[in-house]
Design a protein around this ligand. Sequence first.
Ligand code: FAD
Length: 473
Amino acid sequence: MSRSENRPSVVWLRNDLRLADNPALTAAASEDRPLVVVYIHDETGDGIRPLGSASKWWLHHSLAALDAALRKLGGQLTLRSGPAARVLPELVDELDAASVHWNRRYTAARDIDAELKSSLRERGLTVESHQGNVLNEPWQIRNGQGEPYRVFTPYWRSAQDRPVRELWPAPEAVEPGWPERSPASDNLTDWNLLPTRPDWAGGLRETWTPGEAGALDLLDSFVADRLADYHRRDEPAVDATSGLSPHLRFGEISPAQIWHRLRGTGASTLPTAARSNVAKFLSEIGWREFSTALLFDNPRLAEDSYRPAYNAFPWGYTVDQLGAVDEPAGVSEVEAWRRGRTGIPLVDAGMRELWHTGTMHNRVRMVVASFLIKNLLIDWRAGEQWFWDTLVDADEASNPANWQWVAGSGADAAPYFRVFNPGLQQKKFDPTGEYVARWIPELGTADYPDPIVDLAETRREALEAYSAVKAAS
Ligand code: FAD
């Protein structure tokens, strides 16, 4: 190998912690140079948004799984920490790298990527970004006027007209090719991503297997066992959904892999009873894409109302008055909501499920969010931040998009006056009470609190408060 061929390619992994169908990894591995696979952790979230506690737990295990998978192929994961804008160029210098590849991200952090791309290219490196984490780039799906869609149905119709790209197999080897010079790596445990005092992650460990192998197993079991029941996806006691959201969030599986399994080469092996649910399931993947596109076009989706008229909303408490998520809320109703002690069974069951497992059933997410926003008149941003800290699938796009959807301030949102009634929701979707009993063993005893608010009265107050938005519209 000549000196120039010996200059390595770098793959910078971010939200794409997998080997299969990873276009950036495949492109770098195909250059026939020594290959360096790096993950860069910045505690400040590159100055944009630090990870929440549950996401950090997931990230630790996902990186450990990826490193183990790379070692089986002869490689290893290099861990570095600090702001990517500084650390990546330093690594490139240290290695005298010839090229850098990554899969695109769609948050405000893409400004960092754009800067890096131009500065490294100016220095003569090959720098390529790839499409790894979505079915369509946000800018590819536009309406007749070339503008972003504001409504999901036409967005998804238009998205489905486009072909889904082919899959990339995992590389057969990722040998560094120059083991004597492999770069130094941080020690994962030194990043302190796992909770220690106290270790609250027992329920997460029972529930999840982070990493690519866990993601692929879950897709298989979903297709074989649960997709046939997907029409019952709104019933929280029924195990009818995929459970793939944190795996998608960290890119341990790609939406293209899911699409090909259901509509492409894998479709012929689907159980017959599952086939009628495929379109509905894929449309949920479509909501993930739509949320990503919303964030791309509105980088402050977690901070600003998508519909500006909602800035006039007279919140009982704004997010700034409530303090940080790692401190008691200071407002007893919010603290009761966080801990699952509101006295409203479906709300409490959901919040306890979240606290224990790092996830919550989608129907119940809508109910607890509606309760916080409309019955307690708390700014949706406070709920978004709590979810950000506690969900293993906390996503920079899907979380604020869904909170704004419930608040009525988002794109294609539920109308504000639709206030979920938790009692009716429970009757409809948990008719036997199995789900609430699972999470509230003391239900019906003196240990369970009385409701902290009157649902009918607070509903009336919420509708009155909404008149301020109407006036501003
Ligand atoms: P499935 O029903 O199996 O759906 C398959 C995939 O489609 C999911 O894994 C997810 O990637 C995507 N998806 C499904 N529903 C939605 C949706 N409404 N919006 C966007 N994508 C969707 N989802 C997140 O991934 N991260 C979040 O931070 C998040 N925050 C939410 C906050 C609120 C207030 C609400 C109401 C919903 C939120 N969701 C979020 C959406 C949804 O609740 C979860 O994606 C879903 O419960 C995950 O379970 P699953 O993987 O079994 O879903």
